[in-house]
Design a protein around this ligand. Structure first.
Ligand SMILES: [Cu+2]
Length: 673
């Protein structure tokens, strides 16, 4: 710790002596503008901020937001966790489009299927306060893509970092009065990164059967090409049609955390929107959306020792996911408030075939899921300083496993069910009040249900010998989160702070457990009653000489009430402090990130405790005419550490903990024509 304080002091003294810069800081302004714009229970990350960091994916980039953590399985494709809610408990949408990964091991979580350069901003809504999409049980992460600005534009971004980490992209757009077009391309590549001990993440115990072959240890960790396009046409003054298409070819992605690596993961995304504004008769907006996407995913153990002696590979899994859906929404002015009415539908197919030397099996048995829902939201100013919002949503969901894996369902859950219908209802009431200009209070109660996912109900994987099987539970019921949230925000001249608390009582929360079969056990899913609570604090202090201090804290605690034990996979207390000097032309920042140890673990799942850690990062940025340059060093003291969530439960994992990056340097140059 001492080293940190000394470094911070030296840095601050140096910056104070340096004196004022050429113009007014812009960073402060951005924080204030955002503070005024954002809802209290919402956080927004502008993609400009991501450029300053060495983040490789959306998950890593969002870690700066209090309450966001990730599950790390390799060098890229981190899975988002929001206040301990993960997987199907949160919605991660791209421009309102629902996209699902194909891998039954979540190698390709939703947010993996988009490139940074496509993104304008990401907003995170915490708590069950979204009624406009089905199943936002723990919250909603909305990724918004860039729209072309008027006239002609071109942007080039070149990133390079330790371990041959490369990310380059180019995009160009033209927007006239009648039509607009945007085209973009990006390429990302990296070797497996080195941890704090100087080892590559592929260099673990060579005696381990799942270890990488010697020649693979220094080979690429991923190579990803992404192409995207957006075409918009303004048909009448107030009519707009927009069509987006993107394709991502991801190859050779390693996952030391799992038993296999992805050979490829290819995505197609199509999104079409038609919007009519100012229709008259109180109708402010009418929106129609249609989207379609598919992911093809292939993984094998060909880069691991386990495949030696078996030809090309010993294990292989080929998976496909396809999703399409749409939405109709209208915004209506009613009294002094705004009424939103909508109906949405989506259909999802998921299948995966697993190959082992002994047999081939339908691991994800061609599962069809569909959901139709309708919602209403109304917000109205009550008195001068108070605003009331309420929302409601109803859903009908259907799911069916087309391939027959009742062999496993019978064995472990004594059922031959392959089809289910679920009805879900939810709603919320939120009150926002601002007794004085600088101060704001938020209070809300929300209740959202979501049906079990296709994997939670129907996954079926028979493992050889006494290795536990992996089986879904067709008898699962939908989960229902009933949550209270409370928040305070203060936005003054020299201080901006925000604190939020939540208490969530979840009926039929879906968790992993071991189920005993006649011969051996299997990992499966069950409903439990659970309590999750915690909160976040973030503070900003604007000091003289363009200095700025920033601090943040997040904490969650989870309990399985049915079995009276801690919930598994709960991130520990986390703290972030940063000090920044922000002139108009350049900025420099020193940042410390700390996590407490996590000793509340689920020992029934052999979940292990994780030690606390602390790292320090340095950043520097410079703005020239059309060029922005960012450079930095992440994990300055080369600490060896693990995030608690990098160690997850069995069948999903190889037993390998994936350490975080050691000291790594990076440089990013963004140029706009
Ligand atoms: Cu996979």
């Amino acid at each position: 710790m001492k080293r940190y304080y000394i470094l911070i002091s030296i840095w601050m003294v140096a910056m104070i002596f340096h004196g004022r810069s050429f113009a007014e800081p812009i960073f402060l302004e951005e924080i204030i503008v955002r503070g005024e714009k954002e809802a209290l229970q919402e956080e927004c990350l502008d993609i400009k901020e991501v450029r300053e960091t060495p983040a490789r994916d959306v998950g890593e980039a969002l870690k700066v937001i209090e309450g966001i953590n990730v599950v790390r399985k390799g060098a890229i494709a981190n899975d988002l966790v929001l206040r301990s809610f993960k997987r199907d408990d949160i919605n991660v949408l791209i421009d309102g489009m629902r996209i699902y990964g194909a891998c039954p091991n979540r190698m390709d979580p939703n947010s993996f299927h988009i490139d940074f350069m496509e993104i304008e901003a990401i907003s995170v809504l915490k708590g069950p306060f979204d009624v406009k999409n089905p199943g936002s049980l723990g919250g909603l992460v909305e990724i918004r893509t860039i729209r072309p600005n008027k006239g002609w534009e071109a942007h080039v971004n070149a990133f390079t970092g330790s371990d041959e980490n490369i990310s380059t992209s180019f995009s160009t757009s033209y927007a006239g009065d009648k039509a607009d077009l945007l085209l973009g391309y990006s390429y990302r590549y990296s070797l497996p990164y080195r941890d704090g001990n100087g080892n590559r993440i592929t260099e673990f115990d060579p005696a381990d059967l799942n270890a990488y072959k010697d020649q693979e240890k220094d080979d690429k960790a991923y190579s990803i090409n992404t192409y995207w396009s957006k075409f918009g046409i303004n048909l009448l003054d107030n009519h707009r049609l927009e069509i987006d298409y993107a394709r991502q070819d991801a190859d050779d992605i390693i996952y030391p955390y799992l038993l296999m690596d992805a050979v490829y993961d290819d995505t197609d995304r199509l999104n079409m929107n038609y919007e009519i504004s100012d229709l008259g008769h109180r109708i402010e907006k009418l929106k129609a959306q249609f989207y379609w996407n598919q992911v093809k995913h292939d993984m094998t153990d060909e880069r691991r020792n386990s495949s030696i002696g078996f030809g090309e590979y010993k294990m292989k899994c080929y998976a496909e996911a396809e999703t399409f859906g749409g939405k109709l929404e209208s915004g209506i002015a009613l009294h002094s408030g705004r009424l939103t009415l909508g109906v949405d539908y989506y259909s999802r197919n998921w299948e995966a075939e697993n190959t082992l030397p002994v047999r081939k099996q339908k691991m994800m048995p061609d599962v069809d899921s569909s959901n139709i829902g309708t919602y209403i939201e109304y917000g109205q100013p009550m008195w001068e300083d108070t605003r009331l919002t309420f929302g409601m949503r109803l859903d009908y969901a259907k799911t069916k496993a087309n391939d027959d894996r009742t062999d496993l369902y019978t064995l472990y859950h004594n059922t031959i069910d392959r089809e289910e219908e679920d009805f879900c209802a939810g709603g919320n009431i939120q009150i926002l009040c601002s007794p004085v200009k600088e101060l704001e209070f938020f209070g809300g109660f929300g209740c959202i249900s979501r049906p079990p996912g296709p994997d939670e109900r129907y996954i079926a994987m028979q493992k050889p010998q006494m290795t536990p099987d992996w089986v879904g539970n067709p008898k699962l019921d939908p989960s229902e989160n009933r949550e209270f949230d409370f928040g305070i925000r203060y936005l003054g001249d020299i201080f901006y702070g925000k604190t939020t608390f939540f208490y969530s009582d979840i009926k039929d929360f879906i968790t992993v457990y071991d189920v005993e079969g006649p011969v051996k056990s299997a990992r499966s899913f069950r409903n439990v009653d659970a309590i999750l609570y915690g909160g976040e604090i973030s503070l900003n202090l604007f000091l003289p000489f363009d200095f700025h201090l920033q601090g943040g804290l997040s904490y969650t605690r989870g309990r399985d009430d049915t079995h009276d034990k801690p919930l598994s996979e709960i991130p520990p207390l986390q703290i972030r402090i940063a000090s920044r000097y922000d002139g108009y032309r350049y900025f420099t920042e020193i940042e410390g990130v700390f996590a407490d140890d996590q000793h509340r673990v689920d020992s029934d799942l052999s979940e292990e405790k994780t030690a606390g850690w602390g790292i320090m990062n340095l950043k520097f940025g410079m703005k020239l005419k059309k060029t922005n340059i960012f450079a930095g060093v992440h994990n300055l003291f080369d600490r060896q550490y693990y995030e608690h969530l990098s160690y997850q439960r069995d069948p999903f994992r190889s037993g390998i903990k994936v350490p975080e990056t050691g000291r790594n340097f990076y440089l990013n140059i963004a140029y706009s024509l």
